[in-house]
Design a protein around this ligand. Structure first.
Ligand SMILES: O=C(O)C1=C[C@@H](OP(=O)(O)O)[C@@H](O)[C@H](O)C1
Ligand SMILES: C=C(OP(=O)(O)O)C(=O)O
Length: 452
């Protein structure tokens, strides 16, 4: 996290005038959409990605694959079951080639999932991105690809910007990595591995691996595309994943709603003692956002999964929690916002790696909540949040979509919260301000965007 910038665009977060009662249709999952695009691009035949998320991160992924030769056509379609009718992307794999330039923005999925794809291309592929992307860890992917036979020009920091000199194929084989700073290192290597000559065996050797549900998502989606994957859960060694070399099938995938982006809306039910329904909540999923059912229930609500979706009902009373969030780190900002409004202390642990996300999320949450009068301290691996009466003020967001949605949650209960650069939610949820005010209905507080 850098120094707070001077506030530019300020969005007055609407104060809830009462208990919310709304149904909110949340757009598709970033993590599923970007995995689906990569797998479809590497397949041996065309495929469909239905109800894709269209946001900064996923459009950057699609653009990057197009730059390497993949055909991605946007259509409005209907599937045979009707389940995936609506927007869809038709993905037509082709010979991957350079020269090409990939803008990763600040998308972890793009900066980590695509260098292995580029190693399979013919020609140089240059990767560059936002200033923050230079600071996010990438060494696990770079070192592993080199060990597996790729040629990469980077810098002494082992980070972006870099050029992968694809040779049209990659040997693959066994590789050891320390993925304790990001599960995306493992996912990146596994996703492209069916196309490596010898597949891959990835051995994680470092401290605790974060975000395991996201690795399970990678494994599930690889298997759906026909890949053979051995995992610790399927009887293999702990921290070892194997993917065999094989052709991938072109599949027809319907993207689930983004359950992590459902977090602020469910939080609104908790904070206002209201009720929010998220349609199409999957009965079974690898998305970490599914853990919100348990976490928010522990903080004081109840939830019910029915044909209408997931309905979460708050009581108006919020209890603090002690929670190890290392599996579900991306939920932290909204959980911290709710915890700041609770009636008892919370301790969130297992999330030291959040210091290397879109911004240093631990420092940013502590600083911004404290500037509204809160009492948040950073611990070695998380946050201690002691609720105190909060007051209005500017909430800086450091170009972090989840800081902006967390600020909106606080703004429901605290008058005068101004969210800096709410447009940064476009990384994964471009329509956030409209969805938020729509949830609150016509009686919500001011919703216009102003300039300081
Ligand atoms: O693979 C993925 O789609 C993701 C994995 C996680 O990354 P880290 O393991 O780096 O936390 C998560 O935080 C990120 O939002 C999405
Ligand atoms: C950490 C996140 O994103 P990224 O995919 O850029 O790592 C996130 O969305 O919370």
């Amino acid at each position: 996290m850098t120094e707070s910038p001077a506030p530019t665009d300020l969005w007055p977060a609407p104060l809830a005038s009462g208990a919310v009662d709304a149904t909110v249709t949340v757009p598709g999952s970033k993590s599923v959409t970007n995995r689906a695009l990569v797998l479809a691009a590497l397949a041996a035949e065309p495929g469909w990605v239905r109800r894709p998320l269209r946001s900064r991160d996923t459009l950057l992924m699609a653009e990057a694959l197009r730059a390497m030769g993949v055909g991605i056509e946007e259509t409005v379609s209907s599937s045979s079951t009707g389940a995936g009718s609506g927007e869809a992307w038709r993905v037509i794999p082709a010979r991957l080639h350079g020269p090409a330039t990939v803008d990763v923005g600040n998308a972890g999925t793009v900066m980590r999932f695509l260098p292995p794809v580029a190693a399979l291309a013919d020609g140089p592929i240059r990767f560059d991105g936002d200033p923050r992307s230079y600071e996010r860890p990438l060494h696990g992917v770079i070192d592993a690809l080199r060990a597996l036979g790729a040629r990469i020009d980077d810098n002494e920091r082992g980070a972006l910007p870099l050029t992968v000199h694809g040779g049209g194929a990659l040997d693959g084989g066994t590789v050891e990595i320390d993925a304790s700073s990001s599960s995306q290192f493992v996912s990146a290597l596994l996703l492209s591995a069916p196309r490596f000559n010898q597949g891959v065996e990835v051995r994680h050797t470092g401290a605790v691996l974060p975000s395991m549900p996201h690795i399970r998502m990678t494994v599930d989606m690889l298997r759906m595309a026909g890949a053979q994957v051995d995992t610790p859960e399927s009887g293999g060694e702990p921290n070892v994943w194997r993917v065999s070399s094989s052709a991938l099938l072109g599949r027809d995938i319907v993207v689930e709603p983004d359950l992590s982006n459902a977090a602020p809306f469910l939080a609104a039910a908790l904070v206002t003692g209201g009720r929010v329904t998220i349609p199409d909540w999957p009965e079974r999923t690898t998305q970490p956002g599914d853990a919100l059912r348990e976490i928010f229930t522990a903080m004081g609500g109840t939830c019910e999964l029915s044909d209408a979706g997931l309905t979460f009902t708050g009581t108006g009373r919020i209890t603090g929690i002690e929670a190890d969030l290392h599996e579900v780190g991306e939920l932290t900002p909204v959980i911290a916002a709710v915890a700041a409004l609770a009636d008892s202390e919370s301790v969130l642990s297992g999330i030291a790696h959040l210091r290397l996300h879109e911004t240093d999320r631990l420092a940013a949450l502590a600083k911004e909540i404290n500037e509204l009068g809160g009492d948040v301290t950073e611990t070695e691996d998380g946050l201690r949040i002691r609720p105190r009466p909060l007051h209005g003020g500017v909430f800086h967001t450091y170009e972090d979509h989840r800081l902006a949605t967390a600020a909106a949650v606080i703004g429901l209960a605290v008058d005068g919260v101004q969210v800096e650069n709410v447009a940064t939610t476009a990384k994964t949820l471009p329509d956030f301000p409209e969805l938020w005010t729509g949830m609150l209905g016509p009686v919500a507080g001011a919703t216009t965007v102003s300039r300081a």
